[in-house]
Write a protein of this length. Structure first.
Length: 34
C-alpha cells in the first residue's frame, strides 16, 4: 500500500487522509491514479 499511497500523495494532501483517498478512487473510479 505504501507505493499506492505515495502515488496518491497529491490527493491525500487535499483529502488529508491516504486511506480515504484510496477508498474513494477504488470505489468511485475503480483504479489508482498512478
Amino acid at each position: 500500500m505504501r507505493t499506492q499511497k505515495r502515488c496518491m500523495g497529491y490527493v491525500a494532501i487535499v483529502v488529508d487522509d491516504y486511506d480515504r483517498a484510496i477508498e474513494y478512487y477504488t470505489e468511485k473510479a475503480g483504479f489508482y491514479p498512478c
